[in-house]
Design a protein around this ligand. Structure first.
Ligand code: G4P
Length: 282
């Protein structure tokens, strides 16, 4: 196996986004954080918890259609133990999104009651939608805004580029200002983000990445590898060769084109063809 690689990270970008998010938080009642249900740790920026500490928030475990349902349930129990409201959702199909409005009402029940008591009715609730790139923020906004994204006019005093969307008369969403970078410095986080395609694999060696993926999959999901490729348990490099050989990726001299096999494995994993897989456990 080649040397571990890390993905380059630029702290400057994070500092700017942190400032933008902190400003935006003053404009909203609560935050909706999206994470990738396949990698609930690596797809959440750890700095966000601090930034959102004083806001009611809800966590949406998105792409749950591609995650292992048993592990998703474990995550939900873990969040419940931490008093964090979390919901599994699939923003591509809309599954799970029927429940989220109820969760928001429950989350903001005190605030809504206080507003009613003061006779302040009719003011829409405002929510900040946050998450790292590719986690499904646009899909979520599109889904809950009913297809045609109803963009609200630019508001004075709001950073240019802040995007407001109207769900209905009672609810408005603000898209993450800036780019909330994932936490790349941790090698495993970088790897998991590259497995799912959240970061481009142009920045890492594809064969190395595929070997890392095989190491993880053979530990937890060997039956899925066997079902898809007909391979038996073996070391990652032997598995990659066997997968390539079984797919006819043999070059002159009878050698397996492992780069091609690696690309195929990663792309089939990302397309969910191997099955429902979660790479991180509570
Ligand atoms: P972002 O705004 O946070 O950057 O993410 P975006 O909504 O653009 O979603 C990134 C990719 O993830 C999109 O795929 C989107 O379709 C997919 N996606 C979002 N939510 C889900 C989900 O719950 N399940 C699954 N399986 N996929 C989801 P894409 O390949 O970039 O585009 P496309 O295939 O939709 O054209």
């Amino acid at each position: 196996m080649t040397e571990p690689q890390t993905v380059q990270w630029f702290p400057g970008h994070m500092a700017k986004t942190r400032r933008q998010i902190e400003k935006s938080l003053a404009l909203v009642d609560a935050a909706v954080e999206l994470a990738d249900a396949r990698i609930p740790v690596s797809s959440r920026n750890p700095e966000l918890a601090g930034m959102l500490a004083n806001k009611p928030r809800i966590l949406l475990l998105n792409k749950c259609d591609m995650a292992d349902p048993a592990v998703t349930s474990q995550w939900l129990r873990a969040y419940q133990a931490q008093d964090l409201r979390a919901l599994p959702v699939d923003c591509r199909s809309g599954k799970g999104l029927r429940e989220w409005r109820g969760e928001i009402s429950a989350l903001l029940a005190d605030r809504l009651a206080a507003c009613r008591a003061k006779g302040m009715v009719g003011k829409p609730l405002r929510l900040l939608v946050v998450g790292i790139p590719n986690v499904g923020k646009s899909s979520f906004i599109n889904r809950v805004c009913g297809g045609a994204r109803a963009k609200v006019e630019d508001r004075p005093g709001v950073t240019r580029g802040n995007q407001w969307f109207r769900v209905d008369a009672t609810l408005e969403l603000l898209d993450t200002p800036g780019v909330l970078w994932p936490k790349f410095e941790d090698a495993v986080v970088g790897q998991h983000l590259a497995f799912t395609g959240a970061v481009t694999d142009r920045v890492v060696d594809v064969e190395w990445l595929a070997l890392c993926l095989l190491e993880t999959l053979s530990a937890h999901y060997m039956p899925l590898l066997t079902a898809r490729y007909g391979v038996e348990p073996a070391a990652p490099d032997a598995l990659l060769c066997e997968i390539g050989r079984r797919r006819g990726m043999v070059v002159r001299g009878g050698e397996v084109d492992t780069e091609r096999a690696a690309n195929m494995l990663l792309s089939e994993y990302r397309d969910g063809k191997l099955g429902a897989i979660t790479l991180e456990r509570p």
